[in-house]
Write a protein that binds this ligand. Structure first.
Ligand code: WQD
Length: 337
């Protein structure tokens, strides 16, 4: 039986784009997704894009027995672990749900890797672990700070669990610390799903442009930045997906220098909220209705990546422009209407 790459949360926003990139790189993929924040149609869309239908198991990773029987059924060469709850605001109201879903599932997967001597684990982490970094751009040497949210804390604790597992059990793992993923695949068959109320800037922008929202609220104009609005590093989700392939190949080809490594995955360029609004208007020829409101609790002033390590060690760099990401986000949204 061909060895497969397990992608948990593989029907989600970043997961689905990574499955496409894996298949395009010649990997066989099996997806586990509990469909809590996506739809089964994404599986058909992935198949339409690549012509290859990934294996799919609708499993909730909180069910330890189901996780165990999955590994009885599939021979796994590597795991890319996306499945997690990720709404920062929600995490503050449901901490135990977040600790259970984001950490017990991680532990069950690592226990199977330990018991079956499996290797090559890629973890979906976040620049949130840095909080407000003291120096910009943010390098991997920046200290991990006390998380501002339960969500961010699950990523910090997750990284520590993985690091200790690598040390004790000889697993090789890489954590990718994402900055802000945006955009959609050029086919417009997959993109950021509209399930639930979005938390992030770009879905709020596209919903406002589509008339679903009357006005976009800009959370604060009194930050210590050139135009007063907060700065982030917005990376095209297709570039982000390809970083996972680069990381997986590094482990499979035994190029990693440590059993546990982590890399900042961004463009290296920061954009303020007002700059994103202007860029979106310019890229798509639309006018956005927005108003300045108070800051959102927990937001930091600025975060953008120093991509030196990812460029050098992963031999990966972003290729797609902010304009193309904002165009694809709008085209994707219009297609949903
Ligand atoms: C971006 C900027 C907001 C909405 C979070 C998580 C991070 C990752 C990405 C999961 C901020 C401003 C937003 C709006 C606004 N998630 N904004 N009006 O907070 O940088 O990162 O999502 O992995 O871990 O922390 O992303 O898109 O929510 O906000 O002004 O209606 O846009 O204040 O400055 P964020 P975001």
């Amino acid at each position: 039986m061909a060895k497969k790459i397990l992608v948990t949360g593989g029907l989600g926003f970043i997961g689905s784009h990574t499955v496409v990139a894996l298949q395009n790189s010649g990997f066989d993929v099996v997806i586990i997704d509990n469909l809590s924040n996506t739809t089964i149609d994404v599986l058909n869309q992935i198949t339409d894009i690549t012509g290859i239908k990934p294996d799919f198991e609708s499993i909730d990773l909180r069910n330890k027995g189901k996780v165990k029987s999955f590994f009885d059924q599939y021979e796994v060469e590597g795991i890319i672990h996306f499945a997690a709850s990720k709404a920062v605001g929600e995490s503050m109201h449901k901490p135990l749900d977040y600790y259970e879903n984001n950490l017990s599932t991680l532990i069950y997967l690592l226990q199977e890797m330990r018991d079956r001597k499996l290797d090559h684990f890629i973890f979906s982490s976040s620049c949130t672990v840095y909080g407000q970094a003291d120096k910009l751009p943010i390098t991997e040497r920046a200290p991990v700070k006390k998380a501002e949210s339960v969500y961010g804390n699950t990523k910090q604790i997750g990284e520590e669990i993985i690091q200790d597992s690598c040390t004790a059990y000889g697993i090789n793992a890489i954590a990718l610390r994402y900055f802000n993923p945006i955009g959609a695949h050029e086919s417009l068959k997959i993109g950021e799903l509209p399930l639930g109320i979005p938390q992030n800037l770009i879905p709020f922008i596209t919903q406002t442009a589509a008339g679903k929202r009357e006005v976009l609220s800009v959370y604060g104009e009194d930050y210590n930045t050139p135009d007063g609005t907060a700065i982030r590093d917005y990376i095209h989700v297709v570039d982000l997906a390809k970083a996972h392939i680069a990381a997986l190949k590094r482990l499979i080809e035994k190029q990693n220098k440590n059993t546990y490594e982590f890399y900042n995955v961004g463009t290296g360029t920061g954009s303020s909220v007002l700059e994103i609004i202007k860029a979106f208007e310019r890229a798509n020829g639309v006018k956005l209705n927005y108003k300045i409101v108070d800051r959102r609790a927990g937001d930091i002033t600025a975060a953008y990546a120093d991509t030196t390590m990812a460029n050098k060690e992963l031999k990966w760099k972003t290729k797609l422009s902010l304009e193309s990401a904002l165009k694809s986000a709008w085209e994707w949204k219009k297609k949903q209407e």
